[in-house]
Ligand binder design. Structure first.
Ligand code: ADP
Length: 188
């Protein structure tokens, strides 16, 4: 099998996690969600989890070096590298570190997909999720902060990948299955 690296990007609430699970299964990729990995560390009470928890609850980013080390250990055992990235990279520093890791492992970014959803719909979705799942970073104030962190730290990555010709934009509005088909259309 060939290496394949697909990145799902988008603001909090755009539906990255849901789409990442569906696509990973259909394309035989491993879903790598740094948010899920961090939450697992928090609930297991690891050293990393203890360092990350307060930052996550405040809607701040966990430092790049901790995130990159976590991703490296996940990719280390994977040959060929076949991953669906959800929530990573999230800063220019992480994107550069990812380039280095992929080069080391004989892979490169295959495609990046940006899920586009209007802002008012994002807040609405996240508040609904807060009521259903009780994620401790889904309060209205933290949601707004996570959105501003996205604008400042993560949005610049759209141009970074667009300049390489691997960026695709897809509307994230509509039924889950509809959005999955739209993503598959741009990938094939
Ligand atoms: P969302 O996309 O809804 O904000 P995630 O589950 O991807 O949710 O992330 C939750 C939190 O975990 C973030 O607010 C941040 O604190 C931390 N986090 C996840 N991924 C990263 C990353 N790549 N770099 C830094 N922090 C991260």
């Amino acid at each position: 099998m060939q290496p394949e690296v697909i990145l799902l990007m988008g603001p909090p609430g755009a539906g990255k996690g849901t789409q990442a699970s569906a696509l990973a299964e259909r394309r035989d990729l491993r879903k790598l969600s740094t948010g899920d990995m961090l939450r697992a560390n928090v609930s297991e009470g690891t050293d990393l989890g203890m360092r990350a928890k307060a930052l996550m609850d405040a809607g701040e980013l966990v430092p790049d070096d901790l995130i990159v080390a976590m991703v490296r250990s996940e990719l280390d055992s994977m040959r060929p590298v076949r991953v669906l990235l959800d929530g990573f990279p999230r800063t220019p520093g992480q994107a550069e570190a990812l380039d280095g890791l992929l080069a080391e492992y004989g892979a490169e970014m295959t495609a990046a997909v940006l899920l586009d959803v209007p802002n008012d719909m994002l807040v609405e979705r996240l508040l609904k999720r807060a009521a259903e799942e009780g994620r401790t970073d889904d309060t209205e104030e933290t949601i707004r902060h996570r959105m501003s962190v996205y604008e400042k730290s993560t949005r610049p990555l759209i141009d970074f990948y667009a300049e390489r010709g691997v960026m695709h934009r897809v509307s994230g509005v509509g039924a889950v299955a509809e959005v999955t088909s739209r993503i598959e259309e741009v990938l094939d």
